[in-house]
Design a protein around this ligand. Structure first.
Ligand SMILES: [Fe+2]
Length: 344
């Protein structure tokens, strides 16, 4: 191992010109850019998007641009490390705040990237995935896995806002991102699978019935997540109640590349998780507190969103009882045989 690799300037001018003409470049001057020592050197920087600043802009977008002209009325949460306008919050995770007004519909489409949404505000909106009508209530997690048709509608009285999380940056990098548009879907006249087949944890439809879909449960109602976290806080062994969202048939993460983890921080509690190789974004469902991320403090409140780069040193502190959902790319890293956690 050496830190004294040759530089571009060490090389004669005519040699550099000849390399350029041949369409090649020397690795050694750039080696440490792509293979730094010991740990990655992330481009991503911690972002903090307060709901107080995003909400009015989103409502204004509702006045400025009819949904027909926007298709999806979204403000993208740009990674400060890549600058405003960056279509990503971390290397693999795209985040956007979406607004749907009463009576509006967002037309049906499908795309290669997978998405999930966390409902931030409002009531009465719904997503239709593969004909299944999924209510969108505050805190619910609703999946739209890659390749699945989805559209949105809103029968309620007030604006609905949700946070979209997609593995879009990864698909853009793979040159694999595209969408197909279609007509609004016919809706099956029955409640979604979270209210029927998968009403209780540990119970799944009998194996003797038809084969489960690849994504059998699309909606994860917040009410049940919060209730489970509260019981874990009362009786669980873990220091910090945390629940991963999983496919109820396989136990695997809900989407191929993105994971979702709900956590509860009791009032006055602190938490110091290990350093993780995955990138993360936290959405505050409820509560107030602060998180130190590599020495930088984010003072968060209800419905705020903030991001955490890979291998960051993280410390949470809750002023009130708080519930957060962490979006992360651990499932992708595990599939690559790479995910790691390090002691602080
Ligand atoms: Fe979509």
């Amino acid at each position: 191992m050496t830190d004294s690799l040759g530089t571009m300037e060490d090389l004669p001018e005519d040699y550099r010109a000849a390399m350029q003409a041949a369409g090649v470049a020397p690795l050694w001057p750039m080696m440490r850019n792509v293979l730094p020592h010991g740990a990655p050197a992330p481009v991503t920087q911690t972002g903090h998007w307060t709901y107080a600043s995003v909400r009015p802009l989103l409502l204004q977008a509702g006045e400025l641009t009819p949904v027909e002209k926007a298709e999806r009325r979204v403000l993208v949460l740009s990674d400060p490390g890549r600058g405003t306008g960056a279509m990503q919050a971390t290397s693999t995770i795209y985040l956007g705040m979406q607004l749907l007004l009463p009576g509006e519909t967002a037309p049906a489409h499908m795309h290669t990237p997978s998405a999930a949404r966390i409902i931030v505000e409002g009531s009465g909106a719904f997503t239709v995935v593969d004909g299944e009508r999924l209510p969108m209530e505050e805190g619910d997690l609703v999946l739209t896995p890659g390749g699945e048709w989805h559209d949105h509608g809103h029968d309620g009285e007030a604006p609905v806002i949700w946070l979209d999380a997609l593995d879009l940056p990864l698909f853009v990098y793979l040159e694999g991102s595209y969408a197909v548009e279609g007509d609004l879907q016919a809706q099956r006249n029955r409640p979604d699978a979270s209210q029927v087949e998968y009403l209780s944890a540990g119970l799944a439809p009998s194996r003797s019935t038809s084969r489960p879909r690849r994504y059998p449960m699309i909606r994860y109602p917040w009410q049940r997540t919060e209730a489970a976290l509260r019981e874990m806080a009362r009786f669980g062994d873990a220091d910090l109640p945390e629940l991963d969202y999983v496919n109820p048939e396989t136990g695997a993460d809900v989407l191929p590349t993105m994971g979702f983890t709900a956590m509860m921080l009791p009032e006055g509690s602190t938490s110091a998780p290990p350093r993780r190789s995955c990138s993360s974004a936290f959405h505050v469902v409820r509560g107030r507190g602060r998180t130190r991320i590599d020495g930088k403090t984010v003072e968060w409140g209800e419905k705020d969103t903030f991001s955490v780069p890979v291998f960051a040193v993280v410390e949470h502190e809750a002023d009130t009882e708080a519930f957060l959902v962490r979006v992360h790319d651990r499932p992708l890293q595990e599939k690559l045989g790479y995910y790691e956690e390090r002691a602080r």
